[in-house]
Design a protein around this ligand. Structure first.
Ligand SMILES: [Zn+2]
Length: 491
């Protein structure tokens, strides 16, 4: 059984998919005007973790995440870049640049690529069709500046998701968009009319312009993901908790009005990443680029930290917590090294599904059942981590008693591989993991000191050999003599 916290029901409930064995899931992706920060990473990791849990339950998961590749912020960045030393050639090349950057960063975090990655600019036809539908049915109206607005008054169910915006409340909604030529301040733009030279637009039946942010998701879900024969489009709609209102409320309203369908059966939202108690955001100037964090820490170490706090809580980023969560990962790799596990790990959703399929044929032992059970309880990560810790402790004790027991090693390897598959961590070779953070120059130096020491030992100059070992230790490097030669780890 899977239980999840549905933001609309404001409580945990049992997950029942619309169709048997299949899940259609949509996550609101980034607006591509800058590199991603830790908040993006947390959202991506959260829903990647959910996806892995659904896959482990043998669901066929169709997972979509969009790119908002046309937006005010993108246009501003493009125009600003024209006066810089590195101007972007076009809006498209700017978006493409940051889409690549996002995908590269997410690859570093072992976030599986989405099955469908729709972009607004590639979906102008379904977007304008939906706007046209809303106009025809009287749910939308033309403003004077070429804008088209949703008439919220005409949707009696508006506000049913978030309990916000049910009445036209100037204070609540005026901050979202300027009044312009709207009938009510809570109405929002489906289409933004072309405003001249400093703007960007596409031709359409309602004049030159570009889509509003909210309509993209509704139209792209209808185009790429929605069940056509059900009264609900998809199983799960997800995103950061800041998207719940107004973005998700508006998405749901558009689909309800245009298609007479509810947009999603369940709504999932992840908490913020905060720095010194404040939400990390570009506008506050306290955003922490993922690329910068990745310079200091390997993606797995970051992932392990970011997913170690329950996804609905806010996570106050600090390096102390990161390093203490790394100790858990060290224990995993220590055991992986101890049993000599070098298996190549599945890298995409298809391989992962095969891994689970293969595994379901093997006996599901108590550990795997307990791990999956805790994650299936609204991603109860602290329970999952304690189940893992217990397994690792027991495995080490058993190996102390019977280190050469092949059956035992096989069972432990199976457990470790399952952790990797479910949590997206532990996928490196253990040797590589314990050498992380050592640059090329230092690696060369270590290599030459080790080879000098090997020579000294061969010449029975143990004094020199020992002093070289000490020198390495002072550099933070520990060496181990194995039957295959000498290897090293960063302390
Ligand atoms: Zn969205």
């Amino acid at each position: 059984m899977i239980t999840l916290y549905d933001s609309v029901k404001r409580g945990k409930c049992e997950f029942v998919s619309i169709k048997k064995n299949e899940i259609r899931m949509y996550v609101c992706g980034p607006t591509t005007y800058d590199h991603s920060h830790l908040g993006h990473a947390r959202s991506a990791i959260t829903f990647d973790l959910w996806r892995r849990v659904f896959l482990a339950h043998d669901y066929k998961v169709i997972f979509a995440k969009n790119f908002t590749d046309i937006d005010d912020k993108i246009i501003k960045k493009f125009l600003d870049s024209q006066n810089s030393q590195t101007p972007f050639a076009s809006i498209e090349s700017l978006s493409q640049h940051y889409i690549k950057s996002y995908l590269d960063d997410m690859d570093c975090l072992n976030v599986l690529r989405a099955d469908i990655e729709p972009r607004a600019t590639e979906n102008l036809t379904p977007i304008t069709q939906m706007i046209g539908d809303l106009l025809k049915q009287g749910y939308a109206y033309n403003g004077e500046n070429g804008d088209v607005y949703l008439r919220i008054k005409s949707d009696s169910a508006y506000g049913s998701l978030t309990q916000k915006g049910k009445e036209n409340n100037e204070n609540l909604l005026a901050r979202i968009e300027n009044m312009d030529d709207k009938m009510e301040s809570r109405d929002f733009a489906l289409w933004k009319g072309y405003k001249g030279k400093e703007d960007f637009g596409y031709e359409s039946e309602f004049g030159k312009g570009r889509p509003g942010w909210h309509i993209e998701c509704s139209a792209m879900i209808e185009e790429h993901l929605a069940y056509k024969d059900e009264n609900i489009c998809i199983d799960i709609h997800a995103g950061g908790s800041d998207l719940f209102f107004p973005h998700h409320e508006n998405e749901a309203s558009q689909t309800r009005c245009a298609k007479k369908k509810e947009l999603a059966k369940y709504w999932l939202h992840n908490g913020f990443v905060t720095i010194n108690g404040e939400k990390m955001s570009k506008s506050l100037g306290n955003s922490f680029f993922l690329k910068d964090a990745l310079k200091s820490y390997h993606g797995e170490i970051l992932r392990n930290y970011l997913q170690g706090v329950h996804y609905r809580l806010s996570l106050g980023f600090n390096e102390e917590d990161l390093l203490s969560s790394k100790k858990r990962l060290d224990k995993f790799y220590r055991l992986k090294k101890r049993i000599g596990l070098h298996e190549n790990y599945p890298k995409d959703a298809k391989q992962l599904q095969e891994f689970y399929y293969h595994n379901s044929k093997q006996a599901q032992n108590d550990f795997i059942c307990a791990l999956l059970e805790s994650l299936s309880d609204d991603l109860n990560i602290s329970k999952a981590l304690s189940v893992i810790e217990e397994m690792i402790n027991r495995a080490n004790e058993a190996l102390d008693k019977t280190p050469k027991d092949k059956g035992l090693c096989k069972q432990i390897a199976h457990n470790l591989n399952t952790i990797s598959a479910l949590l997206g961590i532990g996928t490196l070779d253990s040797q590589e993991y314990f050498q992380l953070g050592v640059d090329e120059q230092k690696r060369e130096l270590i290599k030459s000191l080790i080879s000098k020491r090997t020579q000294a030992k061969a010449q029975k100059d143990y004094k020199l050999a020992d002093s070289l070992r000490d020198e390495l230790k002072n550099m933070g490097i520990e060496i181990m003599d194995l039957s295959t030669g000498t290897t090293w780890e960063a302390l």
